[in-house]
Structures are given as structure tokens and as C-alpha cells.
Design a protein around this ligand. Structure first.
Ligand SMILES: [Fe+2]
Ligand SMILES: [Fe+2]
Length: 154
């Protein structure tokens, strides 16, 4: 479990880095460091792809990873329930982010005003919630999973 925890922490760092790379064009436009792009699809695609191919499968893999160590005790069961609840909230934020972006891609009429503010509430809320979540896993969930796993092996 300890080796898995280290691998997971490294994976989280990589994920956060790749998320930030796909968000960078949005942030640059928002901060007026880049002009509004002529091709919104090209800007949005890396983020949509990351959510679909990297992020959503990760949640399922992680739940499968934590379940054996956590589900066999009441204390662990509560930790697992919290993780799953946080994952569900992140899934909701992903869906809201996708809706926001799809609206942007489809509705040329709002796009111009939108680029002026880059008011992607759900996207930025997702970014915040994701980094808080991986911090919660690093500080609370992984140490607890390791401790419970060791207790089971005694
Ligand atoms: Fe997680
Ligand atoms: Fe994770």
C-alpha cells in the first residue's frame, strides 16, 4: 500500500500538471495575456479530452484501489464513503464544466462576450475542488489506508 500511495501521489502531481497545461490557454485569455482565439474548439479540446480520458477513469481506478484496504472496518468505511462522495462531486463539476464549454462552442452569439470575461465558473471550481481533493487524499486518506492495511496484516 505504501508503494501504491507513493505512485498515486506522483500520478496526482502529473494529473494536476496536465490539467493546468490544458487550462493555460483559458487562463491566458482570461488574464488578457492572449487574444480571443478564432478556433474555440482547438482551445477546448485538450481540456475535454483530459476529463474524458485521464480524469474520469482515474476516479474509478482509485475507488477500486482504496476499497480493499478501507471497506473492512467501520472507520475505513467512513473514509471510503467520503472519498466516493468527493468523487461524485468532482464528476458533477466535470459535467457542469462540459456543459459550459459546449455552450461556448455551440453558441457563437455568446462567444464574443464570453471571451471577454472567460467566466467559466464550473471549470475553475473544478480546478479548485480537484487540487483540494488530492490534498485530502494525501493527508487523510492514504495514511489511513496504509494504517488500516497494516493492522489487517498483523
Ligand atoms: Fe480521488
Ligand atoms: Fe485521485
Amino acid at each position: 500500500m505504501q508503494a501504491l500511495a507513493q505512485a498515486l501521489t506522483r500520478q496526482h502531481e502529473k494529473m494536476l500538471k496536465s490539467l493546468d497545461e490544458s487550462l493555460r490557454p483559458f487562463a491566458r485569455i482570461r488574464d488578457k495575456k492572449a487574444p480571443a482565439p478564432s478556433d474555440a474548439q482547438a482551445v477546448a479540446q485538450p481540456l475535454l479530452g483530459w476529463m474524458q480520458r485521464v480524469f474520469l477513469p482515474h476516479l474509478v481506478e482509485e475507488e477500486d484501489l482504496f476499497r480493499p484496504a478501507l471497506q473492512s472496518s467501520e472507520e475505513g468505511g467512513q473514509v471510503l464513503a467520503d472519498v466516493v462522495a468527493q468523487h461524485d462531486r468532482l464528476r458533477k463539476l466535470v459535467n457542469q464544466s462540459r456543459e459550459e464549454i459546449h455552450l461556448l462552442l455551440r453558441q457563437a452569439s455568446i462567444r464574443e462576450a464570453w471571451w471577454d470575461t472567460v467566466d467559466l465558473c464550473a471549470v475553475w471550481a473544478f480546478r479548485r475542488a480537484f487540487s483540494e481533493h488530492i490534498e485530502h487524499e494525501r493527508q487523510e486518506v492514504l495514511p489511513k489506508a496504509i494504517a488500516l492495511q497494516m493492522r489487517r496484516q498483523e
